[in-house]
Design a protein around this ligand. Sequence first.
Ligand SMILES: [Zn+2]
Length: 345
Amino acid sequence: MTLVAGIDLGGTAINYTFIDASSRWLIDGLCEHPARAKDGPEICLEQIAGGLEIAAVRAGIRLDDVGAVGLDTPGPATADGVLSAEGSTNFAHQGWVGYDVRGALAARLGRPVTYLNDGNAGALWGHFAIFGAERAATSVSTIIGTGLGGGVIVEGSVVKGRKGFGGELGHVLVPYQGITAIAGLTPQCNCGRTGDLESLCSLTAIGKNLLPYFRRRYPEHELAKMPVDQAAKLVRGRAERGDAMCIEIFRVQAHALGLFFDEMVNTFDPDALIVGGGALETGPAFQRWFIDEIRLGMPAQRTEQADIPIHVMPNGDAAGARGAAIEALRLVQKNLPAGTAGASA
Ligand SMILES: [Zn+2]
């Protein structure tokens, strides 16, 4: 039996999952282990290997049956998993600079290892959750968190790009001047751009641009009377409970996403648009309202494209590990003799 492991490496925690050749998940929810990334690559690699053994016991499988491993980490990194020479906030230890984390893990585990950045892994999981193992579908996923991540899956394959920056959707410019609710605002992104998707649709967007703008209109609001970073984290909960200012802030985010999705519809004519991340860890009624607002923010579509489905991404916490596992499963299936993919014996 061929099994595949998915390993989601973050700065503080590693999350594991396993999938079999019939696309069945062998772990429900999270299986976590400390990452110790701040102690450098050597110690962290031992943590990954040790945690994998613990996870295998928990899943009731033999590690010998694991034929390949999918790894994902926060970027920036090349498409092959060499971390940026300019460093990364999650991997601050000097040893990580320009480190080939994929190659080193393959050597340590003695197995093929595939690599995706965490945004692309999340996007592949969202795609798989909707389309299953069907290979022909195309989707665009946005994950609204502290920043805005995501990915593009074209006919079943992740678009990694020439330098590993494929799917950096947060830094795509959107024509925000058309959003009348923020007339006069020049939304700045930490990347230096003005008016990209992350500057309008992320927790950072709320703290840096949207909340300061709307607080001037609502000077008596309770969120106008506390530090802006603290207040920004309360906006989603207040919006879900019906607060007028916070609803306006979420409506602007949805309309910005609508403008961005319109660009994607015209670029890829995708089978689905997918939205996930902390912003949508809410009840179903708020999720439906947000999706409706995204549609209202989209310019009119061609008749043939007006029914483009917009989905909420399921299972947020395990998305990275699951996406990483799917990428490795595809490697294994590509290397199986014709006609045996999907066999579980
Ligand atoms: Zn940006």
